[in-house]
Design a protein around this ligand. Structure first.
Ligand code: C5P
Length: 402
């Protein structure tokens, strides 16, 4: 979103508390955000927090003499590439549909010649009311783009349609709006595991491995770029959360399994994490002390749950396409093919992680994609390109199945 300017109109609704996350993500992607906050919006989020995150003044008042002399409501919209109303309350949709201009937000919306995106958020009955539905139809006919709403739990305790989409989906919608990118995986859900797991020995020590998480994180980002709602479940890494994904941080294999099961159902699951095969049988509750002259303590290891195998055998909740990884140091293809059968997954991405390849912490990867009876040897490329190519293959799989 490099250089794109969003005029973000924040109206009243509990979902306004998620807007700081949206501002952060747009700016991380190189865009800029200027906020207009309605009186209702101010009940949920302060001008100060939006100003701090957007690093710009926040506009609230139509009749502020300083605002009018310094900026003016016409200039507010002239300086933007798009106007986005998020959350868009039933009230602001009604004002926009009727052409009212009795506060700064509605005046800017009426005075603009820029595209408008609305991200509705309201109680199910308000959303389903004929008045709101008629307003939405009117606005769509005038070219307003809608992102959401979705069905879900409401802050008022009810359940239904009207919930604002998550910040990650707002970002995806914005990207699609700006770049008209194909979103072949729109409407699908992917779970991606990434990084190492940490298995505690005592409160200060743990067993880990050298996984950087670079490949798993890149896959999550690539799936999200194709419009897929993506849940990334990751062990400890030094990487930033990929923009557009729901990220769940875990430490142990058990936590990764629990988070994976909680994130189901999904259409796609890519298990790129380097899950520890073993953990210590009983984590010491206190730091194990070094005793002068005593023999070092021995660690009793037990097997960790196999997340890939568990999810592959999960019956009704099994994702349609499960992709496992096989990090091998020898007989890469034979071992990987055996692994595909043993773990009952659909595809295996096999990679050679011998130390001389530099795969584990490096930026490049040489992989083989093992599908039903076929093996493809991919040339050495960056982990980002491996991710894009894999996400493309996944999209193709679903297109072909339709
Ligand atoms: O058995 P191995 O660790 O070589 O299998 C690798 C594949 O299985 C990877 O996709 C990895 O994410 C997954 N795996 C898992 N849970 C484990 C061990 C591996 O999901 N406990």
């Amino acid at each position: 979103m490099q250089g794109k300017r969003v005029l973000l109109i924040v109206s009243g609704g509990i979902a306004a508390i998620k807007i700081p996350e949206v501002i952060r993500s747009i700016r991380k992607l190189g865009g800029s955000v200027r906020c207009v906050l309605t009186k209702g919006g101010e009940q949920f989020v302060t001008p100060l927090s939006l100003a701090a995150l957007s690093e710009d003044k926040v506009y609230t008042d139509l009749f502020s003499l300083t605002d009018e002399s310094e900026m003016g409501h016409i200039k507010l919209s002239r300086d933007a590439d798009v106007l986005m109303v998020a959350p868009a309350s039933a009230d602001i949709l009604a004002k926009l549909a009727a052409g009212l201009a009795n506060d700064l937000a509605s005046t800017v919306l009426l005075a603009t010649d820029k595209p408008v995106i609305c991200v509705p958020s309201m109680n199910v009955r308000m959303w389903e009311h004929m008045a709101t539905q008629a307003n939405v139809q009117t606005l769509e006919a005038r070219g307003v783009t809608f992102i959401g709403p979705v069905e879900g739990d409401m802050a008022c305790g009810e359940y239904g349609m009207g919930r604002m989409v998550e910040p990650a989906e707002i970002i995806q919608g914005l990207k699609a709006f700006f770049y008209d990118t194909p979103r072949p995986l729109c409407g699908r859900h992917a779970i991606v595991t990434s990084g190492p797991t940490f298995e505690p020995i005592d409160p200060v020590r743990y067993i880990a491995n050298r996984s950087s998480g670079k490949q798993g994180h890149a896959i999550a980002a690539a799936l999200s770029d194709l419009g897929c709602r993506t849940t990334l479940i990751t062990g400890p890494t030094n990487l930033a959360d990929p923009v557009g994904c729901d990220v769940i941080q875990i430490e142990t294999a058990h936590e990764m399994l629990a988070a994976t099961e909680a994130a189901l159902p999904a259409d796609i699951a890519v298990f790129a994490a380097a899950v520890a095969d073993w953990r210590t049988s009983g984590e010491a509750q206190e730091k194990i002390k070094k005793q002068p002259g005593a023999t070092p303590p021995s660690l009793n290891m037990v097997e960790n749950p196999d997340i890939l195998k568990t999810v592959s055998a999960s019956g009704n909740s099994r994702p349609t396409l499960i992709v496992g990884f096989a990090a091998e140091t020898n007989d890469v293809l034979t071992n990987a093919s055996e692994k595909r059968a043993r773990k009952e997954c659909d595809w295996i991405v096999a990679n050679d992680v011998s130390p001389e390849t530099g795969t584990f912490s490096g930026d490049n990867n040489t992989v083989h994609l093992i599908t039903d009876g076929a093996v493809e040897d991919w040339p050495r490329m960056t982990k980002t390109d491996v991710a894009k190519q894999l996400a493309g293959r996944i999209a193709h799989y679903f297109e072909a199945a339709e």
